[in-house]
Design a protein around this ligand. Structure first.
Ligand SMILES: Nc1nc2c(c(=O)[nH]1)N[C@H]1C(S)=C(S)[C@@H](COP(=O)(O)OP(=O)(O)OC[C@H]3O[C@@H](n4cnc5c(N)ncnc54)[C@H](O)[C@@H]3O)O[C@H]1N2
Ligand code: MOO
Length: 393
């Protein structure tokens, strides 16, 4: 199989499965999910004209006054009768404008003598000044959140004011993570000769921590075909993520073990660096993504493929990471046939690219705050040139 371009691999991966089922959650529980349907306003906001300031509701045509004080309108306690020209009502921020008044004289520009309010400043410049018109924010029936948009804290507030107590979202995605390799030991465990602390599984757990998932930790699996096959077959997940054993060595057993477990591999080997040996396919009702074992390769492929897949199954309309432009601090050589994702760090607005880009080097990755994209066959770039980056911060 030839190497698959990154964008094509992403498209094929997301096409492997539709978003998971819809559930309805109370607002506070819906944070971080994606809207499963368009969310329309059940009411108009403001529902009527409201004062934007503390002061005196007046008719603009009656300026410069004076005005006779006939009552008060507070938030939730409107003044019921109309206000005639030459009359005024004490009013507070968020309170209903009484009929007959069309602007608010702020109290800093008013002087009150008994029941008379005098202009003591410039006064409201025009009718409508310091008034929030009915429907300023939205009108009943307006679509406020599109299907596939994330439920952010601001959208939760919007949905509440729009009259919703609960929202239709996708259920949590069940993600199983398996690290493979005979040399791996849990972080902190005693190490024998040739042993290595496991880092990909904990990295993936952290990388997905802000997404609505239920995690199934399959732990560290040995390089034994039957053990891998049985663990994969029993994973029962929407997404099974494996790391390691994806390449061509004698101990790279993930692909044959997946196939033995009944998986249908859709693609293997993508035109990117690091991360080339990654694979993806179907396993029962779920999707399997096999990430390479090198820690930086696992991180980059998880960023480009696993996070977007979780977001897609969670109902995100736009799940892929978006590159943004940045300025290079140093020249870069011409690129080869794979899209390169270089570990970079922004200093004073310019991106410095780490000198050694070995896919095993976690210290370089941990110092990076972005990945610098180099398209296949990109010509050499000079310091000061623009480059596309993926933000890691
Ligand atoms: N002859 C070839 N050799 C290799 C090729 C190739 O095309 N031909 N591809 C290389 C590329 S690219 C990559 S990336 C690596 C990754 O291959 P694997 O997925 O099979 O990874 P492993 O061999 O299992 O492990 C690589 C490396 O990473 C360490 N590792 C693995 N899992 C973890 C973990 N969970 N936590 C920490 N470290 C882990 C492992 O000990 C190895 O050092 O293959 C190249 N080879
Ligand atoms: O592309 Mo591998 O992913 O060299 O590290």
């Amino acid at each position: 199989m030839p190497l698959l371009p990154v964008a094509e691999a992403q498209t094929r991966l997301l096409a492997l499965r539709d978003p998971v089922e819809v559930e309805t959650l109370r607002l506070a529980q819906a944070a971080g999910r994606w809207a499963a349907e368009p969310i329309a306003a059940l009411r108009t906001q403001p529902s009527r004209d409201l004062s934007a300031m503390d002061g005196y509701a007046i008719a603009h045509a009656a300026l410069p006054g004076p005005f006779r004080l006939i009552g008060e309108s507070a938030a939730g306690r409107p003044f019921a009768s109309p206000v005639a020209p030459g009359e005024t009502v004490r009013i507070f921020t968020g309170a209903a404008m009484p009929a007959g008044a069309d602007c608010v004289l702020v109290q800093e520009e008013a002087r009150v003598e008994g029941a008379q309010v005098h202009l003591a400043g410039e006064g409201p410049a025009h009718p409508g000044r310091n008034v929030r018109r009915a429907g300023l924010d939205f009108t009943v029936g307006d679509v406020l959140i599109e299907a596939g948009e994330r439920i952010t804290p601001a959208r939760i507030a919007l949905a509440a004011v729009a009259g919703h107590a609960a929202l239709p979202v996708r259920r949590r995605v069940r993600v199983a993570i398996a690290a493979t390799g005979d040399e791996l030991r849990p972080a902190g465990a005693p190490l024998g000769d040739g042993d290595l602390p496991e880092s990909n599984g904990v990295m993936l757990t952290a990388l997905l921590a802000d997404l609505p998932i239920d995690l199934v930790d399959l732990g560290i699996l040995p390089d034994r075909l039957e053990v891998l096959r049985d663990a994969f077959a029993g994973a029962q997940a929407d997404i099974l993520v494996t790391t390691g054993g994806a390449s061509v060595g004698d101990h790279d057993l993930v692909r044959p073990a997946l196939e033995a477990a009944g998986a249908v591999i859709d693609f293997w080997r993508v035109a990117l660096r690091p991360g080339k040996p990654m694979l993806a396919g179907r396993l029962g009702e779920g999707v399997v993504v096999g990430l390479p074992g090198n820690p930086v390769s696992a991180f980059v492929t998880a960023t480009l493929f696993v996070r977007p897949l979780v977001a897609h199954l969670s109902g995100a309309a736009d799940p892929l990471p978006k590159p943004t432009p940045a300025t290079l601090a140093e020249p870069l050589p011409a690129n080869g046939e794979r899209t390169d994702y270089l570990r970079g760090r922004r200093i004073d607005g310019r991106v410095h690219v780490a000198a050694i880009q070995d896919s095993s080097m976690l210290r370089t990755l941990a110092r990076a705050d972005c990945l610098v994209l180099r398209e296949p066959q990109a010509p050499a770039a000079a310091a000061g040139d623009s480059a596309q980056i993926l933000d890691l911060a």
